[in-house]
Design a protein around this ligand. Sequence first.
Ligand SMILES: [Zn+2]
Length: 366
Amino acid sequence: MKDSIKIVGAWFSNSGELEKLNGDLVKKSFFDVLHKSWGIRATVQQKVYFVNTYLFSKVWYTAQVFSLDKKLFYGSGKEKGILTQALNFVWAGENERCARPLQFRSKDKGGLGLIEPFIKAKAFLVKNMLKEYKQYEYDPRLLENVYGDQQTMLDIMAVGKTDSPVKDIYQVMLDNLVSKNGSLIPSREERRSQVKWKLSWRNLSKLKGTNGEESEFAWKLCQDMLPVGSRIHRKNAEKRCMEKLDGGLLCLEIQDREHVFRACELKGQIYRRLEMVMSKFLGKDLSFNEVIHLAFSHRNWRKLRLATWFAVKWLYNMWMSKNDNKLQVMKEMLKEVDWNSKMGRLSRFQVELRELREIFDQVMNG
Ligand SMILES: [Zn+2]
């Protein structure tokens, strides 16, 4: 280490091996933070935010100056890379992981918005290279003097991103991972369900008045990732519904998402009330598929936001209520509506909230 000096958190050395030295520094910082945070209770979305902001912060910092080794991110041999470790952290305790492209897809398109650190590191470095190359007035004879992967830099210039911010350069580079032939690579559920996914993504990303658990629930609901019987992959897991029915018998149907929210005898009665409120409020009939994917629209955006909020809360209450009590779910929802009116939360939606409340009353008493 004699020939190396540390300047504001990065190593400079005249004995070569710069990338290795700084890669080790990134790794150490990563594992320090990871170690302290392992096992925290948080939603998948909250953990992704944590990974982007804190676990990878040293990467963003170092990557602006140094080219970092691929192995640091993806690992080699027995050693796991930091991306692998970050993904283990995000999905710890979860029943299943979503497909890789969906993890890295941006949040406004229904993804988790996890930053792909190797690609982002490259984007950072390319941005720096472009600044340097600009000082050489883009003279090809001086190209060799620019530190970093020159071909990648030229590729970015070729698509017209010479003066773009890192964020845009990252998006161009990410494209290979999340898209194919110009279209997003669909998730399992997006391939399977014929709904207008753009509406679903927009409603999800603009969700108002929900807490972390409810937002996570909404995302998993749309992607069919809720841990219902048919989706639990554990060995010997109970795949049947096992809810107590009216006559005291247990429901032996296979439990899938539709069963939980509509098909099971008592759930169906609760769900139909939601559908009634929604169709009256939005002035059109919605299919079950549209409701559970939040794939609906309305030309009044306030009504749309409020209807989305209402559907998520209602379905979340159904999901959490173990005793299938129709009145209980409706009472909870009524409390929610009144609480939000009184407290002025959802304050931009007060007019719509009153209308919703009236429709709700009619449906409850009807
Ligand atoms: Zn059932």
